[in-house]
Unconditional design. Structure first.
Ligand code: AHR
Length: 503
């Protein structure tokens, strides 16, 4: 198979917001307890956080993390997680039928995030609670001193305010499963008023209003229209969520879901533009894709488990063994985010540890990177700068999820130095290598400084990293590409993902 492409240094899409590579972690399953926090683990630090996990997290250079939920947040009392740990109440988490010990609350999490070098993005409970609790939470976190909530924080040993800038106004409020689920107009009004209250604290606070839980919701995309009509002028982002899977074992269709996601993003962008025009508004609203990932391997069984179990504490939940195919999919989805970085400013992989995650652990045991860790790492480390347009000419295919899908998927990012470029290239063909010729216009004498490949053999599509074999799916050095007369030429193996850095 042959593919041709052209990239020009001056044909820019947008400056990529670093937060495109953010993450999400929820009080759910073993994400927090025995994921990031396990005081009696051999690697635990003085605060009880696992340093083996911290090291893997640091390797991802995550800009921001959404916390504490998720469905969990819609019945959460943030005040349960402050003050002496021994005095904290154990509560029932209604979202996942589990017991929440509250041993990790905002101050412990903030300490962990600081250690990991990640900015916090906090969600407020708009399910069972409202404006009052949200404003108290912001005051506790962000006000310096001299008030009830700020002095309470100081009495808990945190002298300086956190200055949290990003606040999410509830979670998936369109979903009937959500505790406190609402109609669009009702939620839009509450989000508008809550956003105003949260922003009244100053300090450049930005808010994220809930969009649809996915593009299959019966209320999508009218939910977005109605919500934005209520709050357009007072919010900064609208959220999108989407999870993916290959239950039908049709890999090409799985990959085509990335094109489908492009349409989802485009439709929301259209709704934003419509409401902006209707309201004659001056401000812009961007997309915050704050939950995305592959979620299907154990989905059915997990659902049966948590609907019937007897309120366990930190049970195993949504612990997916990601395989090679999932890694290539995740690389492709990140490519789509790069291409849509004109509208998508924040995106959060959901989630970070154990629960549908790039990092897994066992209680008392080891921590390892799942297959999807690597494409996410590559994008986060090398996908910063300006997204460039890539014109691709290659064979295409049709599937249920989308038609006319390119076998060759490439995203290009111009580094902040304005001279180096990084390409993320996927050959979606399951059997055929792709002979590529990519014309690099406007770049002076660049050469390949790094080429990493994942995949190359479809018979390995379902191989996953496990505790026993944590390194089965890993990038390796590529050696079949070179720059000849200003063009990148050579071969992309069948069924592969490549990181190609040129400088
Ligand atoms: O990430 C798992 C769950 O998926 C989240 O709690 C919820 O927001 C979504 O439905």
């Amino acid at each position: 198979m042959k593919g041709r492409a052209t990239v020009h240094r001056d044909y820019k899409i947008a400056r990529i917001d670093d937060r495109l590579y953010s993450a999400f972690i929820e009080h759910m399953g073993r994400a927090i307890y025995s994921g990031i926090y396990e005081p009696d683990h051999p690697t635990a630090n003085a605060q009880g956080f696992r340093t083996d996990v911290l090291e893997l997290v640091r390797g991802l250079n995550i800009p921001a993390i959404r916390y504490p939920g998720g469905n969990f947040v819609s019945a959460y009392k943030w005040e349960d997680g402050i003050g002496p740990q021994e005095d904290r109440p154990v509560r029932l988490d209604l979202a996942w039928r589990s017991k929440e010990t509250n041993q990790v609350g905002i101050n412990e999490f903030a300490g962990w995030a600081e250690d990991a070098g990640i900015e916090m993005m906090l969600a407020v409970n708009l399910g069972t609670r409202g404006i009052e609790e949200a404003r108290n939470f912001v005051e506790y976190c962000n006000h310096p001193s001299g008030t009830y909530w700020s002095d309470l924080r100081r009495s808990h040993g945190v002298e300086s305010p956190y200055g949290v800038k990003m606040w999410c106004l509830g979670n998936e409020m369109d979903g009937p499963w959500q505790i406190g689920h609402m109609e669009a107009k009702e939620y839009g009004r509450l989000a508008d008023e809550t956003s105003k209250a949260v922003k009244a604290f100053g300090g450049g606070i930005e808010t994220v209003v809930c969009g649809s839980s996915n593009d299959g919701m019966p209320t999508y995309p009218d939910w977005e229209r109605q919500v934005l009509e209520e709050c357009y002028e007072n919010v900064d982002y609208i959220s999108l969520h989407k999870y993916f899977g290959n239950t039908s074992r049709n890999t090409l269709n799985y990959f085509a879901k990335i094109e489908e996601t492009g349409r989802y993003i485009q439709s929301i962008a259209g709704v934003i533009d419509y409401v902006k025009a209707k309201k004659r508004a001056k401000n812009d609203i961007y997309i915050c894709f704050d939950e995305w990932n592959v979620w299907y391997h154990n989905r059915e069984q997990d659902s049966k488990n948590w609907h019937s179990w007897d309120w366990p504490e930190a049970p195993a939940l949504l612990e997916e063994d990601y395989n090679l195919e999932d890694a290539i999919f995740v690389g492709g989805l990140l490519n789509e985010f790069i291409r849509r970085s004109d509208r998508v400013k924040i995106a959060c992989i959901a989630q970070l540890v154990n629960v549908i995650a790039p990092i897994r652990t066992t209680r008392g045991g080891s921590a390892w990177a799942t297959s999807i860790y690597y494409p996410y790492q590559f994008a986060s480390l090398h996908g910063r700068g300006t997204a460039l347009n890539v014109a691709v000419d290659c064979p295409r295919y049709d599937e249920d999820a989308a038609q006319d899908v390119n076998f060759l998927d490439i995203a290009a990012v111009l580094a902040p130095d304005g001279k180096s470029v990084t390409l993320f290239a996927i050959n979606r063909s399951l059997e055929e290598p792709m002979e590529v010729s990519l014309d690099l216009q406007g770049f002076d004498n660049v050469t390949i400084i790094d080429h990493q490949v994942m995949g190359g053999d479809f018979s390995e599509a379902r191989v996953a990293n496990t505790e026993a074999e944590p390194d089965r799916i890993k990038p390796r050095k590529g050696d079949k590409l070179g720059v000849v007369d200003g063009s990148l030429k050579g071969e992309l193996p069948a069924f592969s993902y490549s990181l190609i850095r040129l400088s």
